[in-house]
Ligand binder design. Structure first.
Ligand code: NAG
Ligand code: NAG
Length: 369
């Protein structure tokens, strides 16, 4: 923000800065902006102050949520003198996205029952995905029902998507298909993919899986490679190697590659980004050394990485295994660990699975700010 130009930052400018910080996942910049804001914009009591404050505080909730600082988001939310529907929606969604399922549901109840705020379609996307995170099939059914009958909201594709996903993953594939056939809009590829995915995982038979894959491929969508990957997994588990080969050939003919996933993390005000197997980071060597050390520790405590999702054909090749090991998210976690070398202090109490989440380190980060 330009502080010397004699311009007082207005709320929309602040809002854009915060949104930009949220987009970059830059917590430090966001905290700085927040501090600046508290100093320069401190409640001056004009008529616009209230809506302005709500807008800015909403973007703070959003920012902290996107930076995984869910406690800070909650703090801002709890202290807001006034909230609008967006505040509620953002907070419920932030909690849902961080697996704080109970809190998310509680907040929804407080919103609707205590504060009598009328939820809208977005609120239900948030609460349905919270239940989805928590594997709460029964609750998901109830919220969906309430949305339609109590609030008269016409379900949209996102709501159906949530329902289908949770039902299918819980093994209610028939019921998920019923939801699909009752939809008031055309199912998208994501819906077919989550059905296909569930069919794969539950060995629902290649006939049903093929039907799902066909439906998914019929929908124009630029992410068809996911469908091929799933389909080849179906064939692989049915030991239909010729079909596996056919799918792989189709993929290469159509020039499809799995999109590279990337992870980012902020340290000392810099946003570090990694793709799997990345070596472009300036401290790459240190990072990989740390990774080796961690792998050794994990191996010695009996941890074996779950590679079952990684490859559909039986004999997994060496490069794939290596790339998995260097999964981008792990790389960005290493930056954490290398910093302050907090690994040694936590490792003894950690379950190996927590490699995926590392809640302790995230909390340490938030406290450090
Ligand atoms: C945001 O919420 C705080 C309370 O935490 C309140 O004092 C302030 O007026 C609101 N607005 C801004 C811009 O911080
Ligand atoms: C619901 O609220 C959100 C704010 O979180 C808003 O963006 C959206 O447009 C609203 N949806 C409807 C259908 O009113």
């Amino acid at each position: 923000m330009q502080r010397d130009a004699g311009l007082a930052p207005d709320s929309y400018m602040v809002h854009s800065v915060l949104t930009a910080c949220a987009g970059a996942g830059s917590l430090l910049l966001g905290v700085y902006t927040h501090a600046l804001l508290l100093r320069e914009l401190g409640g001056d009591g004009d008529g616009k102050a209230v809506s302005r404050d709500v807008l800015i505080n909403n973007s703070l909730v959003d920012l902290y949520g996107k930076c995984r600082a869910v406690d800070l988001a909650r703090q801002v939310f709890d202290r807001m003198p006034k909230r609008d529907i967006t505040s509620w929606n953002l907070m419920i969604l932030t909690l849902a996205n961080h697996g704080c399922v109970r809190e998310s549901v509680d907040l929804f109840d407080r919103m609707t029952r205590v504060e009598s705020v009328v939820p809208n379609a977005t609120t239900f996307v948030a609460i349905l995905s919270a239940c989805n995170h928590g594997g709460m099939v029964e609750e998901d059914r109830r919220y969906f029902e309430r949305m339609v009958s109590e609030y008269g909201i016409r379900p949209r594709i996102e709501h159906y998507g949530c329902m289908v996903d949770i039902l299918a993953r819980a093994g209610f594939i028939e019921e998920a298909l019923d939801v699909v056939s009752g939809m008031n809009c055309r199912p998208d590829a994501i819906i077919w993919r989550s059905l296909l995915d569930a069919c794969c995982k539950q060995n629902a038979g290649s006939e049903l899986s093929e039907a799902m894959a066909k439906m998914a491929l019929d929908v124009p969508d630029d992410a068809v490679s996911g469908v091929y990957v799933l389909l080849s997994r179906v064939y692989a588990s049915a030991q239909r190697w010729n079909d596996v080969g056919m799918v792989l050939r189709l993929m290469s003919e159509e020039g499809l590659k799995k999109e590279p996933g990337f992870s980012s993390i902020e340290m000392d005000g810099l946003v570090h980004q990694f793709v799997a197997g990345d070596t472009s980071h300036p401290r790459s060597e240190d990072i990989y050394m740390k990774l080796d050390e961690i792998d050794q520790r994990l191996a010695s405590s009996g941890y074996k990485p779950d590679l079952s999702e990684a490859r559909m054909v039986a004999g997994m090749d060496h490069t794939k295994r290596a790339a998995l090991r260097l999964h981008s998210e792990r790389l960005s976690h290493i930056v954490w660990l290398a910093q302050g070398d907090s690994w040694g202090t936590h490792s003894d109490s950690e379950e190996p699975e927590s490699m995926q989440r590392l809640p302790h380190y995230q909390q340490a980060h938030i406290r450090a700010v």
